[in-house]
Design a protein around this ligand. Sequence first.
Ligand SMILES: Cc1cc2nc3c(=O)[nH]c(=O)nc-3n(C[C@H](O)[C@H](O)[C@H](O)COP(=O)(O)OP(=O)(O)OC[C@H]3O[C@@H](n4cnc5c(N)ncnc54)[C@H](O)[C@@H]3O)c2cc1C
Length: 328
Amino acid sequence: MRIAIIGAGFSGLAVAWNLLNLKNQVVVFDPFSGGASFVAAGLLHPYVGEEAQRSLFATEAMQKTEDLLHVAKRSLKKELYREGIIRIAQNEKQRKAYKNHCVVFKDVVDLGNDHFLIKSGKTVFCKRYLQGMRLAIIEKGGQFIAEKITELEQLKTFDQIVVAAGASIRDFSEFVQLKLSFIKGQVLTCEIPLNLQIERSLVGKGYIATSHKCGIYHVGATYERHDLTETVNLLNTQKVLFTKAASFYPDIWQLKPIDCSSAIRVMRQGHYLPIATKVSNKVWVITAMGSRGLLYHAYFGEKLAQAIIGNNNSFFSRTNVLLKIDRL
Ligand SMILES: Cc1cc2nc3c(=O)[nH]c(=O)nc-3n(C[C@H](O)[C@H](O)[C@H](O)COP(=O)(O)OP(=O)(O)OC[C@H]3O[C@@H](n4cnc5c(N)ncnc54)[C@H](O)[C@@H]3O)c2cc1C
């Protein structure tokens, strides 16, 4: 089949790679103006969220993301992530949850003083990962067109259409029935003085994430529900994020912000799992990765590709029944 994909963020690239593996022709449309994947801090681990509980499908999802990291690394030939994340428990509930993970899942080690090492956690260098996936897709015969799609009608000559447009899904009337909410996030890029550098990303109230550049870290991220523009405000963001981070990293005020980026997260109302499903005759959607894009894009991208090829949406219907979520 000839399949068009709108969006070259984590979701669109994962679907594209899997469709190519299933022997289809794939064209990805994206003006590359940037979506959430281009600003993500790169934290990948199974215990996302306040509750610190292990996310649904975490084992399979972590494995699928690792597989794609290897695909991207093979093409780009550069390091794409750093192993291990330190999570600092913020309250009794989180402390109990992490102590339990140490025993049950064994990928968490109690370092004492409320610090837990998530051994399976990684800090992914997102821009490199996206670049590596693009290269891999081109090497496999996929095509990229730097064009913004405004109407699905423009793609009518394709056999199937996948919409992976992140927050721009709001621009397409076909998806108004999806129960989505939108949350803006701003993240700071900061320099850390040599004597304060940390080896692994720290996650507490907010986070300080390592990057591929020595001495450069990402401090994140805001959750803003009222302003859904992508404008940035470095000084205000610094105040908000540094105040939070001071609770687990008192030296935070010695960091020097050098940049601030923003994007809009798409969330599913009522649950953190993404949405990937058939919408109409030949239109499919993958969205609502929330703050778990790195955890879920590869797993749900593969499931969606299989559903398109088999014209069988049953995995997603089963998932909705399991979660008692209404039909979309
Ligand atoms: C500040 C911040 C920090 C984050 N940090 C993390 C993190 O550490 N770990 C994590 O797992 N997640 C993180 N997230 C969440 C993560 O970024 C998202 O879950 C993920 O990027 C969503 O990927 P996506 O491909 O669905 O959407 P997007 O990345 O938004 O991609 C959509 C793509 O579609 C393109 N597009 C849009 N409209 C059109 C159109 N009309 N025609 C053609 N192309 C179009 C856009 O240019 C874009 O490239 C963070 C989010 C934010 C905002």
